[in-house]
Design a protein around this ligand. Sequence first.
Ligand code: HEC
Length: 118
Amino acid sequence: MTRRVLAILAFAGLLTGSPALAADGAKTFQFQCKTCHGATSTPMGPSLAGVSGRKIAGLSDFKYSAGLTAKSSMAWTDANLEAFLASPTKFAPGTKMMTGVANPADRAAVAAYLKGLK
Ligand code: HEC
């Protein structure tokens, strides 16, 4: 089981073109994101599978806040993800996601990991 998960994470790394970075990001994701973000959307948070490039607040199976919905004319570009993860509440005042990733290196790693999340 563990081996299979590791293989999947390694593959996600390959897709981003930055395996080491994405592997670090996978760890951060496990600790800081996974409680709310699973493979499918739950009341705790929307699924982040395929989030890179997706329309902001774009899933129909999650009830987003008005704060994040206000940004839905834009997509999750690298720059928008960086800004959101740096400070969710600054990027989208009124968002239900209160904490991001303060450390820039961890943030870059998580962003690289998200890119490979299908
Ligand atoms: C306590 C629960 C919680 C944690 C922990 C959490 N999130 Fe979220 N996240 C949410 C919720 C809730 C939303 C929807 C926000 C809204 O509607 O304002 C969200 C939205 C998002 C979105 C936008 C998704 C979309 O469909 O537009 C991204 C990207 C995201 N989170 C990334 C992360 C990352 C990366 C982490 C870990 C560093 C993380 N989140 C940790 C609850 C959480």
